[in-house]
Design a protein. Structure first.
Length: 150
């Protein structure tokens, strides 16, 4: 007894009008999204006088002085290490707490589980940005600004 061989699908060779329209819209949105980033990069490569003159995309006098000044004046390696330490620690803590909470919700039955789940889900509907000012004032009042624990 033999098994039937699977039929191979013929690849689509033409684009549908909907695919073309979606691709054009996606490309237009990408250009709109990238324009401020390209403008900022272009401005950073101009001289100070040229950056405040009439706007144009391509610098006439290409210079890296602005970038050199940032790396000389700032402590970039220290800032990078601080960001790396904070992001790794926060990611580890969030994964640990979320995993334990998720396991508890999935494997155990307890009174008030649905209420606690609803409160948790309601909390996820708010943007973390609304906590920025209250968290900063709290950290500032504790004297923990510009510290690892802060």
């Amino acid at each position: 007894m033999t098994t039937p061989s699977p039929t191979l699908r013929k690849p689509r060779s033409t684009w549908t009008p909907a695919q073309i329209a979606l691709t054009v819209v996606a490309l237009a949105l990408s250009v709109i999204w990238m324009a401020p980033l390209v403008w900022a990069l272009s401005t950073s490569l101009k001289t100070p006088a040229e950056s405040v003159a009439s706007p144009h995309w391509i610098p006439e006098d290409f210079t890296l002085d602005s970038w050199r000044k940032v790396f000389e004046a700032g402590n970039i390696p220290n800032w990078f290490v601080n960001s790396l330490v904070v992001s790794v620690c926060v990611t580890f803590i969030v994964l640990l707490v979320a995993s334990l909470a998720g396991y508890g919700f999935a494997r155990t039955e307890f009174r008030g589980k649905s209420v606690l789940m609803a409160v948790t889900m309601a909390g996820l509907m708010f943007s973390p940005a609304i906590l920025g000012v209250p968290l900063f004032t709290t950290v500032q009042s504790l004297g923990m600004v510009d510290t690892y624990w802060g």
